[in-house]
Design a protein around this ligand. Structure first.
Ligand code: BES
Ligand code: ZN
Length: 616
């Protein structure tokens, strides 16, 4: 190339480089669940300064939002929901105009802020609504200690916008700092670096130096105490729960160590769990550095700790490598279930893992059947089309279990050694970045699979097709096969409940047993209850599966216990199937509505929004 040619090309190149939209490396896929203009202006850091007001059930204060303006945009568009915006300032403390767009029931409102091309930061002064959907404010009576109020947030999927104006799509990542002021006898904890004891004045500061997505913003405030469970792990719980929680979660440190052996270093420094009041609407939520968990996993026999392995696994799949939009949700959850089982296998052994996997397949088959019967076959695809819908609709066992069985299929085709080394590199190469389905498939094809292997797996059938592909592995569990035999005998009336040999039955045997029972009647219900005391069980998973039969078979002896359960526990996974079954007959529906009238006050919005629909 001669020098005369070089000169103009340098000029052209420089010109292009400066013009709008040339460098697209930051580009994210369109996210139909966010109003934010993140491909023009992107949030890079938040600095929150909020006061927690338990009198009015509001958060009040401001957030400084640092931005990168890729395209010299004149507006920053944020997501918001039910926020009162008092004013917005630029970094020179001058006020800047803003508008709130039309309100959508599901997505809230765009908050459009005028900025200059040179603006590096805006400060939004705001107050949350007492009905902010992410937040649940509990009265002292709703806590274990009955003395102090309690607050927790649940931001996933698109509820962060109800307590922090932000770009509320999972592809956008930012670091954050926070100052939270609350009552001096309470502790505030976030998905960040936390204190282990209460401050004198109720003020707490937080730092999250690794970039996270908005759905991982989290806050809880209450009378919580801390106890260590190992080198970099611990538990926060209300004082009366702390000892039991530490006992139950004694495998936490070894879970972290096992996970690191599998897929590389833990990127978040500490891993703690906070045990929340029973109204927490999920089993667990993987808020970075601080998993939020339901107290229903504290079963007294350590039988439900797979949930911790699950939330911990999200520290890689989800928190490190994040689904770019909610259509890619399986990349978070399918990977996490796969990873969870690997951790469980390492700590509790293969037979234990096999039980979990077989139970998972049962749940998946039931979910696929239900979705197909309802005409929602498209929701049985791994890659979802949730555009215009609440991303909550994608929260089914398909993302979790079909996702896991897909990865397990890939593992079986290439062998565990190659699969693990692929996954380890995948997490390292993509850490702190969003990932979408298409790019993941490209990663598989470019870094792992031969064309023959690709054909053996049939990626397209798994990801873009309905139901369970026929090449899925059939889970095998000697433990559960033993139960299978018993179920067959019992369902065919060849044995009585008292003849069932339950030696060695654990929670998972019981769940399998309960899920396999067919053709029950009142005699059998009574006999089962008398022999196995299901109605009195303290294990929430067993209770839920038992109560399903109680409703289906009108076993009213258990209804007082069912009513207590529905009133005390706010975990949506339990509530939805129980209320749905009750809603099937006018009599039970009327009874359910009575229970719900009282119980609803104790539920988080995630749960009452679902149950309102079920009972309407
Ligand atoms: N991240 C999810 C919870 C979630 C998903 C909340 C989507 C809101 C929207 C969490 O990791 C989870 O999957 N929890 C499960 C437990 C798990 C063991 C399957 C739950 O809460 O039941
Ligand atoms: Zn999960």
């Amino acid at each position: 190339m001669n020098k005369y040619f070089l000169i103009p090309s340098v000029i052209v190149f420089t010109f292009l480089g400066c013009s709008k939209n040339q460098d697209k490396s930051h580009f994210l896929s369109n996210d139909s669940h966010s109003y934010a203009n993140f491909n023009d202006v992107r949030i890079s850091h938040l600095n929150l300064d909020l006061t927690v007001d338990f009198q009015q059930n509001i958060l009040d204060g401001k957030v400084d939002i640092s931005i990168i303006n890729y395209t010299n945009a004149k507006q920053l568009i944020l997501d918001s929901k039910d926020l009162t915006i008092h004013k917005v300032l630029l970094e020179d403390s001058t006020k800047t105009p803003f508008t709130l767009g039309d309100h959508s029931e599901t997505f809230g409102q765009p908050l459009v802020v005028d900025i200059k091309p040179t603006t590096k930061m805006v400060s939004v002064y705001y107050t949350t609504s007492p009905d902010a959907e992410a937040l649940q404010w509990l009265t002292p009576e709703q806590t274990l200690g009955k003395k102090y109020p309690f607050l927790f947030s649940q931001s996933q999927a698109i509820l962060a916008r109800s307590w922090v104006p932000c770009q509320d799509g999972p592809g956008v990542k930012f670091t954050y700092d926070a100052t939270i002021k609350t009552d001096s006898n309470l502790i505030a904890l976030m998905s960040a670096e936390n204190s282990t004891s209460k401050s004198d004045n109720g003020a707490y500061t937080f730092k999250m130096n690794q970039p996270i997505s908005s759905y991982l913003l989290a806050l809880t405030v209450g009378d919580l105490e801390f106890a260590s469970t190992g080198r970099n792990s611990g538990v926060y719980a209300e004082p009366a729960m702390l000892e039991k929680s530490v006992w139950e979660l004694n495998t936490m440190q070894s879970m972290i160590d096992s996970a690191e052996q599998l897929y590389g270093p833990y990127a978040w420094d500490r891993y703690d769990v906070v045990i929340l009041p029973p109204s927490f609407p999920f089993g667990g939520m993987e808020n970075p550095r601080l998993t939020f968990a339901t107290p229903t996993i504290i079963a007294g026999d350590r039988s439900l700790v797979a949930l911790i392995a699950h939330e911990l696994a999200h520290s890689w799949s989800g928190n490190l490598v994040t689904n770019e939009t909610w259509n890619d949700f399986w990349l978070n959850e399918g990977f996490t279930v796969y990873f969870e089982q690997r951790i469980m296998e390492k700590i509790f052994g293969k037979p234990y893992e096999e039980m979990l996997t077989k139970l998972g397949m049962g749940e998946l088959e039931a979910t696929i059947e239900k979705l197909q019967n309802e005409g929602n076959s498209d929701d049985t695809h791994l890659y979802l089309d949730l555009d215009g819908r609440n991303p909550d609709d994608g929260l089914t066992d398909v993302a979790y279990e079909k996702g896991r069985f897909f990865l397990q299929k890939a593992e079986s085709v290439v062998g565990r050694k190659r699969f693990d080394s692929f996954l380890k590199n995948y997490f390292t190469d993509n850490k702190f970045k969003p990932m979408n389905t298409e790019r993941f498939i490209a990663e598989l094809n470019n870094h792992l699979l031969s064309p023959e292997e690709e054909q053996a797996i049939n990626i397209y059938a798994w990801v873009y097709g309905p139901g369970l592909p026929d090449n899925a592995l059939v889970p095998y569990s000697e433990e559960l096969d033993r139960v299978e035999g018993v179920i067959a005998e019992y369902n065919n009336n060849r044995i009585k409940a008292k003849d069932i040999d339950i030696t060695g039955y654990t929670t998972h045997h019981w769940l399998y047993f309960l899920r396999g029972l067919k053709g029950l009647d009142s005699t059998k219900m009574l006999e089962l209850d008398q022999n196995f005391k299901f109605t009195q069980t303290g294990n929430s998973e067993i209770a839920c599966d038992w109560f399903k039969h109680c409703i289906d078979n009108q076993y009213e002896t258990a209804f007082p216990a069912l009513s207590d359960f529905l009133t005390k526990v706010g975990r949506r996974k339990f509530l939805t199937p129980l209320y749905s079954r009750l809603a099937k007959t006018p009599k039970n529906k009327a009874w359910a509505k009575e229970v719900y009238q009282i119980a609803r006050k104790g539920y988080h919005s995630v749960s009452y929004n679902t149950i309102d629909e079920v009972l309407k």
